[in-house]
Every structure is written in structure tokens, then in C-alpha cells.
Design a protein around this ligand. Structure first.
Ligand code: TYD
Length: 214
């Protein structure tokens, strides 16, 4: 099962992704917690380029898109696909919805192109369950201020307004897998909601597998 955590920088998704992974480890369920960009040797090099490299000339949107895609393709090939094939649960802090929101709505690259590139990079693997953390720009930027900003986090308010619109667009179009959660709710409340939704999805998964066996 592939579970993804999404939302703007500072929304709290990484905390919840870690809490879910910890709980699954406690239950002795094989679980991988990964983040994008990153997770393989190549992908970590690309992450450093994308987030930390100071370029004298700005990275153009197309190059940025293809670097995120290259990082993803390697992670899928090397780690995620084999893990899913052996029945592990993969928790991913950001995935294809981030590309739609940031490179599509944020940078303005056409959505049909992003969709094609996402399909190629992800080997057509789609999340079974996605948690989208809804939070206002004001709260998110106050949280970000206190922890230092990387290249993308230094983008303007207009950029982030578009990113949020992108996420809401995805939530509307993929409501079968996307759950919008209140990013300002207490950590424990969110943790319980996520656990409940995970169990529901797991129940469906087991039922389907049983159905196929018969
Ligand atoms: P990261 O430090 O992991 O941010 P966070 O902890 O908020 O997830 O940095 C990832 C950054 O990369 C984040 O600003 C979103 C951006 N991003 C994209 O623009 N497109 C993508 O496809 C992905 C996966 C991430």
C-alpha cells in the first residue's frame, strides 16, 4: 500500500508521516518512510541541487520539473516498486500531487505535460491513500520562519496561493484517495484521524485481495 502526505511547506505533514510509520513499526508491519525529493543516492544528489544549490542564474521551471521527475523515477525503480511488490507499506512525504501543485499551479507548466511526466516517473504507480494538510498561508509561513528556508520555501505569497489552489484541485479530482485534514488541529487529533482512515483503507485492501483469491 502506498500512502502519501501532502501540503504546503510548514503544514505539519512530516510529523504525521513519522507518527504513522512509528505506529506501523510497533505493530510489526514492514513499513518504509521516504521523502521526495530523495531516498536514493542519485535522488539525494538531486535534492541537494533542487533545494540547497545557490545558482547564479535561476533554475528554469522545465529543468526543475525534470529534476524532480528524475529523482522520483530512481526512487520508484530502486526502492518503492520492489517494496510494494513484497507487500510492504510505503509512506511517502510528497509525491505526484506536489508536482501538480508546485510545478503545475505554482510555476505554470501545463497540467497535461505534468501528468505525462508524473506517469513516466512513477511507473504509473498511484497512491492508495493521500493525506492533504490544509493550512493557511499565514500559519504555514509563521511555522517556516522559525525553521529557516530553502530555495523553494523562499518563493512569494502569490506562488504559494497558486500551490494551495493546485492542491485543492487535486483533492476535488481525486476524492477517492485524497483526505483533506485540518493542518491546525492538535497533533493527537490528526494522528487518530489518520490511523482511522488508514485502517479503513487496509480493510478494503484485505477484502479486495480476498475477493481476488476466490
Ligand atoms: P522539503 O524540505 O522536503 O519540504 P517539506 O519538508 O515541506 O516537504 O522540500 C521539498 C520541496 O520541494 C518543497 O518545497 C516542495 C518541493 N517539491 C516540488 O516543488 N515538486 C515536487 O514534485 C516535489 C516532490 C517537491
Amino acid at each position: 500500500m502506498l500512502i502519501t502526505f501532502e501540503g504546503i511547506d510548514g503544514c505539519g505533514k512530516s510529523t504525521q508521516a513519522t507518527l504513522l510509520a512509528d505506529r506501523l513499526h510497533q505493530e510489526n508491519i514492514e513499513t518504509l518512510l521516504l521523502r521526495e525529493p530523495g531516498g536514493t543516492e542519485l535522488s539525494e544528489h538531486i535534492r541537494a541541487l533542487l533545494l540547497h544549490k545557490e545558482f547564479t542564474r535561476p533554475l528554469c521551471p522545465e529543468a526543475e520539473l525534470l529534476l524532480f521527475a528524475a529523482s522520483r523515477a530512481q526512487l520508484i525503480h530502486e526502492v518503492i516498486k520492489p517494496a510494494l511488490e513484497r507487500g510492504a507499506i510505503v509512506i511517502l512525504d510528497r509525491f505526484t500531487d506536489s508536482t501538480i501543485a508546485y510545478q503545475g499551479f505554482g510555476r505554470g507548466i501545463a497540467l497535461d505535460i505534468i501528468t505525462q511526466i508524473n506517469r513516466l516517473a512513477s511507473n504509473e504507480i498511484e497512491p492508495d491513500l493521500t493525506f492533504l494538510f490544509d493550512i493557511s498561508l499565514k500559519v504555514a509561513s509563521a511555522r517556516r520562519e522559525s525553521s529557516g528556508k530553502d530555495r523553494i520555501e523562499s518563493e512569494s505569497e502569490v506562488f504559494y496561493t497558486h500551490v494551495i489552489q493546485g492542491y485543492m484541485y487535486q483533492a476535488q479530482h481525486h476524492n477517492e484517495r485524497m483526505n483533506v485534514l485540518d493542518g491546525t488541529a492538535p497533533i493527537e487529533t490528526l494522528q487518530h484521524q489518520i490511523w482511522r482512515l488508514f485502517q479503513e483503507e487496509r480493510g478494503r485492501d484485505i477484502k479486495n485481495a480476498h475477493h481476488l483469491d476466490q
